[in-house]
Design a protein around this ligand. Structure first.
Ligand code: BDP
Length: 703
């Protein structure tokens, strides 16, 4: 009998082991990136023991709310249940004995998106999540699960957090036909064609991911907007989405085409001072609010890159924005973009937005926010900060970042962008504190990098940019490295050496891209239209500022855009404390050298090298950095699940090849101008210049 029992036990153990292996294998296979940073991978060892006694379901202590749990509270409970179960190895039975504790959600059951600060604190064996709205509890649950994922001992958890800024939003450049402008992750995640009847599960998963970061606003369509997206049939679609996102604290915004009263409204003008036009927008806004009572508002790209705007009628940006602001009233916000440059204006493009907007400081209505890109040109791998941040003390300014990597190698190049944003947020523009402080009354917007790809972002590492944007919008003081580390642990592995390697890769990645694409302050050298690959030679496009040669100004003698007093004087738009430092090529931060100065190829630099030698060594450094990243990643094959490891390996191989392409094509072109030999021991470009010029990619994505 005994022996029979033992046999049965052994067999049972064996079957369990085989099943375990199969399951483990299945879950390894299932690592396709869809779960983002919300994988809640099972904890192990001590970390697992420590959460063993922790339970949901949770006690909800409702102080003044209705009996029924709100949808937000339901979402919080659900997330907690899923998170705790997965962290504790997917099986309640594996919860060891020990102190039994509950996670208690102590939030009123009211809906609210203003008071969302939360605290998460251990209290004996329990954990209490407190806040003054249901959304605070949802945010607190995500914070708790993040801490637990990071292996923090529950009894030590003691966090209090609130968002630094009111608006933390994603801007989607998604078109109604499903194409995503500057999108490298497949088609749009928004299925406009089937909405409102069909709501994809992705819309909920997307909202969860955003809520986990505290993102609270989503502009669902491209800034280059189609007017028909304001028609009633679209408002019904927005309603369905807004209803689905409301529990997650996300308000929906829409990009509008300024000429809509003419395009779809039957009027013959869109003049913002025309009473009929004003009445049209008023009625339109009312229609939106009737369907979506918490509708966020309108985002507008006006008089920029061919888009219509108030200047078509001799009116100012303030006239246009204030007209829409009046229509929206205190129900929402108008976000007016400062990304403008004109087809006729000969002024240095880097100066134009400042020139148009700064004189309007103080004239925008209270519910208008002016959205300013991080730099004065256009989301380049590196730009100095936008001088508008220091020049409009009486206007709410929002920081616009580009999460999708239009100018940083699309989705195949690894470039962790938190250091780029941190670099700008940390600058002191001269008035109002650091940029991070200037934008506090408004917020941050990020051009989304999501798409229909299974991994959402086109590559696994690009998820980190979505994550980092959200974390910085919640707290712009978070160091990039901390963000990289917490993302890595949640997304990839808890193995300490692997974490360090991945964080190192991430932290060097953006600088590497600058190195092989646009070192020493160069910018906008990408190929025409799609911006894929190098094309510094392009100089024949109809508008001067569309040409790379406009930006680098290289000739036989030197390279760089003189933006000092002897040139375009864009430097004068910066505070004296900065302008004085940047005015001198020997004291300027070399990272901005050629942005502000035209320098002779043979000029001796403080480094002792000539400019030419310095430039070439930057390219080589960038290429070597990518090689180093690829080597580090190759070493991680044991720490990362095979599917994602292989995917990243393949992307890095593309990046290695394209980094060389950038370096070689750039060097070949500069040499064709300056006739200088390469410094000693430097590898010549693999191909002649003509071969690089001849490469065309009309099919490149995202155009
Ligand atoms: C540029 C993009 C273009 C956008 C524009 C914008 O190339 O597709 O429409 O910015 O921000 O970077 O409006």
């Amino acid at each position: 009998m005994m022996r029979g029992k033992r046999l049965v036990n052994r067999l049972a153990t064996l079957i369990a082991m085989i099943l375990g292996c199969l399951l483990a294998d299945a879950s390894a296979k299932a690592e396709d990136g869809y779960d983002l940073w919300l994988r809640y991978a099972p904890l192990e060892g001590e970390a697992l023991d420590r959460i063993a006694g922790l339970h949901g379901p949770v006690a909800v202590l409702s102080s003044d709310g209705p009996e029924e749990a709100s949808a937000t509270m339901e979402a919080a409970r659900r997330e907690l249940g899923v998170g705790l179960t997965r962290l504790s190895r997917n099986s309640a039975s594996s919860m060891r004995s020990g102190a039994e504790g509950y996670v208690r959600l102590e939030c009123p059951e009211n809906r609210g998106d203003s008071a969302v600060g939360y605290s998460v604190r251990a209290d004996g064996a329990d954990i209490r999540i407190r806040g003054s709205s249901d959304l605070a509890c949802l945010y607190g649950v995500f914070a708790l699960l993040r801490e637990l994922s990071l292996g923090v001992d529950p009894v030590r958890i003691d966090i209090a957090s609130e968002p630094a800024m009111p608006l933390r939003m994603l801007n989607h450049w998604d078109n109604p036909d499903g194409h995503v402008e500057r999108g490298y992750a497949g088609r749009s995640i928004f299925d406009w064609w089937h909405l409102p009847e069909r709501l994809d599960q992705r819309m909920i998963d997307y909202a969860r991911a955003n809520a986990s970061l505290g993102i609270n606003g989503v502009v669902v369509n491209n800034v280059n907007a189609r007017a028909f997206m304001l028609e009633p049939r679209y408002i019904a679609k927005y309603k369905r989405l807004a209803d689905a996102w409301r529990p997650y604290g996300i308000r929906l915004y829409v990009s509008v085409r300024f000429s809509a009263p003419k395009d779809i409204g039957g009027l013959d003008s869109a003049d913002p001072l025309d009473p009929e036009v004003r009445a049209w927008w008023q009625a339109k806004a009312d229609e939106f609010y009737a369907a979506v009572p918490d509708f966020g508002g309108f985002l507008v790209k006006a008089n920029s890159e061919g888009q219509p705007g108030p200047q078509d009628y001799g009116r100012s940006h303030a006239d246009g924005a204030n007209m829409l602001a009046e229509a929206i009233g205190n129900r929402g916000t108008v976000i007016w973009r400062a990304f403008v440059y004109s087809a006729e204006d000969e002024t240095d493009r880097a100066k134009q937005a400042y020139g148009e907007f700064v004189p309007l400081d103080g004239q925008f209505a209270d519910n208008v926010i002016v959205q300013v890109k991080n730099g004065p040109i256009d989301f380049q791998p590196r730009e100095p900060f936008h001088p508008m941040f220091g020049a409009m003390p009486n206007t709410k300014l929002m920081f616009e970042a580009q999460i999708t990597k239009e100018y940083l190698g699309f989705a195949s190049h690894l470039a962790f962008l938190a250091p780029l944003w941190e670099e700008v947020l940390d600058q002191e523009p001269g008035r109002g504190g650091r940029v991070a402080e200037v934008v506090l009354p408004a917020g941050m917007a990020g051009v989304a990098n999501t798409g229909s790809d299974r991994n959402w972002s086109g590559s696994h590492f690009d998820q980190a940019n979505w994550y980092a944007f959200g974390r910085l919008a919640w707290n712009p003081e978070l160091p990039s490295e901390q963000i990289a580390r917490e993302w890595t642990v949640q997304t990839f592995t808890r193995e300490p050496e692997a974490i360090e390697k991945i964080v190192r890769m991430m932290m060097r990645s953006r600088e590497a891209v600058v190195g092989y694409m646009t070192p020493l302050g160069l910018a906008h050298l990408m190929n025409t239209g799609h911006h894929y690959g190098p094309a510094p030679w392009v100089c024949d496009l109809p508008r001067p500022e569309w040409n790379p040669c406009y930006y680098h100004r290289a000739d036989a003698d030197g390279i760089g855009f003189d933006r000092t007093e002897s040139g375009s004087d864009a430097l004068s738009q910066y505070a004296d404390s900065i302008a004085n430092r940047w005015d001198d090529p020997n004291t300027i931060d070399p990272r901005f050298l050629l942005w502000f100065h035209h320098i002779a190829w043979t000029a001796k630099r403080p480094s002792g090298l000539t400019l030419w030698e310095e430039l070439v060594s930057e390219y080589d450094w960038g290429v070597a950095e990518v090689d180093a990243m690829a080597r580090e990643w190759a070493d991680l094959s044991d720490a990362i699940d095979p599917q994602r490891h292989r995917a990243v390996t393949e992307s890095l191989a593309i990046q290695q090849r394209e980094a060389r392409w950038w370096r070689d094509a750039s060097i070949a072109y500069w040499q064709s101008l300056n006739g200088l030999p390469l410094p000693e021991n430097v590898r010549p470009p693999a191909d002649p210049l003509e071969a690089y010029i001849g490469r065309t990619f009309p099919e490149a994505p995202g155009q």
